[in-house]
Design a protein around this ligand. Structure first.
Ligand code: PBG
Length: 330
């Protein structure tokens, strides 16, 4: 058909490009992960995540107000648990006055309309750094699922809008859903980490929470017995289908940039909202390359993040959320 059809006509200038653009990023797309620590006046930078911080509750208040003023309306809370409160059973995770429970109340207090999602998994509370309870060198499934249901209830009691189980135990979604229903938390949602791969991209996050699996009692030093093998594609669909059947409101693919094929598969196959997690290692790689002057930080950040929209994600959990919103508002 050339020269009747010249595709470059639609790329002539920014006006026409923006007119025909298929995907955009707005503040509505983001879920902002927040790391919380004990103490007062603490805002500590995570060494492997430049310009990303752990906040004590007093400073978390300011951060949440800033996010809200930028149009960021959803947060995902993670806590760094002091070593002396870690055990194998995660007892501290159920403490009604624990750090997570206080963090939920703090956010709701300063910003009642902020959507609060909470991480539900044992690793920050575990002496082993595992997402579940360990017995005879194994991460035991059903007891862990029961425990995660209790943990979810504790978060719901504290005011969480959504619980986000990130553990990959089988059957935890139905166990959590039934527990929430039984206690009357019919409006508390579940965002399931449905297709979560055993990934080396989580390294900086484990630094942030001091939650990496440790060498103790012959327990596996990786999470491959519960997180997915990164060689697998169809398994992601099976995992996601089961979570939806069990009552997940939102499903998630994690990590992000190396798993865009999975995001697209899940989006094509199911009709629930699909989230993607642009994980700590993805953030760290862009920061590090930009620090060296090897990549343009803002351009690579935008290109990588927009790729999630193009792949079909409805929700993006990202450490870049604030930077991106500032950039698009500027
Ligand atoms: C643990 C959890 C992890 C992340 C979120 N929840 C790490 C892991 O599974 O070891 C990773 C997030 C990131 O790397 O940004 N339940």
């Amino acid at each position: 058909m050339f020269p009747l059809r010249r595709n470059r006509r639609l790329r002539t200038n920014e006006a026409i490009r923006s007119l025909v653009r298929e995907n955009i990023i707005t503040p509505n797309d983001f879920l902002v992960p927040l790391f919380v620590v004990e103490g007062k006046g603490v805002k500590e930078e995570i060494p492997s995540m430049p310009n990303y911080f752990r906040f004590s509750l007093d400073l978390l208040e300011n951060e949440v107000k800033t996010l809200w003023s930028l149009g960021l309306k959803s947060v995902l809370l993670f806590v760094k648990v002091p070593d002396n409160l870690k055990d194998n059973a995660g007892i501290e995770a159920l403490n009604p006055n624990g750090l997570m429970q206080r963090a939920i109340k703090t956010v709701k207090n300063v910003c009642p309309d902020m959507l609060v999602m909470t991480d539900v998994a044992l690793d920050p509370y575990s002496v082993y750094g595992h997402d579940g309870i360990v017995e005879n060198g194994k991460i035991i499934n059903d007891e862990t699922a029961e425990f995660l249901a209790k943990m979810s209830l504790s978060h719901a009691h504290a005011g969480a809008d959504f619980v986000a189980p990130s553990d990959m135990m089988d059957g935890r979604i139905i166990t959590i859903r039934e527990a929430l229903e039984d206690e009357g938390f019919t409006d508390t949602g579940i965002m399931s980490y449905s297709a979560k791969y055993a990934s080396a991209f989580y390294g900086p996050f484990r630094d942030a929470l001091d939650s990496a699996p440790v060498d103790l009692d012959n327990v596996p030093k990786d999470k491959k017995t519960y997180q997915m093998d990164f060689a697998n594609r169809y398994e992601a669909l099976r995992e996601t289908e089961m979570d939806i059947d069990e009552g997940a409101d939102i499903v998630m693919v994690k990590p992000g940039i190396a798993y865009l094929d999975i995001v697209r598969d899940v989006k094509n196959e199911f009709d629930v909202p699909v989230a993607v997690y642009q994980v700590s290692g993805e953030y760290a790689m862009i920061k590090a390359a930009a620090e060296k002057g090897w990549l343009n930080h803002d351009q690579v950040m935008m290109e990588s993040t927009l790729a999630f929209k193009r792949a079909g994600a409805d929700i993006i959990a990202s450490y870049f959320a604030k930077d991106i919103v500032k950039l698009i508002n500027s």
